[in-house]
Design a protein around this ligand. Structure first.
Ligand code: CDT
Length: 307
């Protein structure tokens, strides 16, 4: 028997500063309908899918940035997406900036089932970039100013007939993200991202952005026997070129579908969740082969310690 989830990775092209939420939600609905035509059970949208990637600008008074955040989900402007998805019986995963009623700011993804019910919210754990204005940069990456890191960590939820987890962008570069979910039996990890091609602290990495993107997701998938769905907001947004190359990676580590543009583009794959057990039941049988008794440093230590 196989458990098939047909997944769409709904890559988005740029969202410029003056694009309204309403316009963006219309684009999301178009992608959702393409997902419906492709027979998708689940459509995954990128990180911060409702707005431009606003951490590229620094604003001294953070409350002046409040308009980039969502204070409710769904909201009047996002409700049409929820309505259309429910009508089409498609689930979705959507990234957005969240401002909570008690004033906390998170980089968040919400997972919605085919009946419109909210399965879970995930808040980004690994917040990259910098806390303060760095005026000499060609553009800022001030995520550490705009978002606090989640203390909730990585959950795994029963949904879509399997066990699903979420992570956001920079989380995909950290093996711990996948492994914490792997230890909860994850079968599919959903990950939206915004990755500028130009890495200001070390431009020698620019040419490697695509390689590093697939390297981390393919190895994370393989080493944990899980599907990984990586979905970009790509293209030139407010003058900053960002990586496309959205992909669906199998538990074998193989890429089974990949976007070839940097614009709005839906790719899809029939993902057999039972494929995971071929890896988690053999080479990566954690119970049999892991050695947590010698992994203390992984949780007790943050940085490098040289004895
Ligand atoms: N959005 C996000 O997390 N982007 C980071 C860029 C890192 S450079 C500051 C990423 O890992 O792709």
């Amino acid at each position: 028997m196989s458990r098939i989830v047909t997944v769409g990775a709904a890559q988005m092209g740029p969202i410029q500063k003056d694009h309204t939420r309403k316009e963006v939600v219309e684009r999301l609905i178009t992608l959702l309908r393409q997902g419906h035509q492709a027979g998708c059970d689940l459509v995954v949208f990128p990180e911060l899918a409702l707005t431009t990637f606003f951490p590229r600008w620094f604003i001294d008074d953070i409350t002046q940035a409040d308009h980039w955040y969502e204070t409710e989900m769904p909201s009047p402007v996002t409700q049409p997406l929820f309505d259309e998805a429910k009508k089409l019986k498609i689930g979705f995963c959507l990234g957005y900036a969240e401002l909570t009623t008690d004033g906390h700011r998170f980089n968040t993804q919400v997972l919605v089932e085919r009946d419109g019910s909210i399965v879970a919210k995930y808040r980004k754990v690994h917040i990259p970039g910098h806390e303060h204005n760095e005026p000499d940069r060609p553009f800022q990456h001030a995520e550490r100013y705009y978002f606090e890191p989640s203390m909730e960590g990585f959950g795994v939820w029963k949904a879509f007939g399997g066990r699903l987890g979420m992570m956001i962008c920079n989380d995909r570069r950290w093996p711990e993200s996948y492994r914490v979910m792997g230890l909860q039996g994850v079968e599919m990890i959903l990950c939206g991202y915004n990755t500028p091609i130009h890495y200001v602290p070390d431009p020698s990495q620019d040419i490697l952005q695509g390689f590093h993107n697939s390297l981390v997701m393919q190895s994370g998938a393989y080493q944990n026997g899980s599907w990984v769905i990586g979905v970009a907001k790509g293209g030139v947004e407010e003058g900053v070129d960002s990586l496309g190359q959205s992909m669906i990676v199998a538990p074998s580590g193989q890429i089974v579908a990949q976007a070839f543009t940097t614009g709005d583009e839906l790719i899809s794959a029939r993902c057999d969740l039972d494929w995971c057990a071929k890896y988690t039941g053999t080479l990566f049988d954690f119970e049999r082969y892991r050695r947590p008794e010698v992994y203390d440093r992984i949780t007790s230590q943050r940085g490098v310690v040289i004895d």
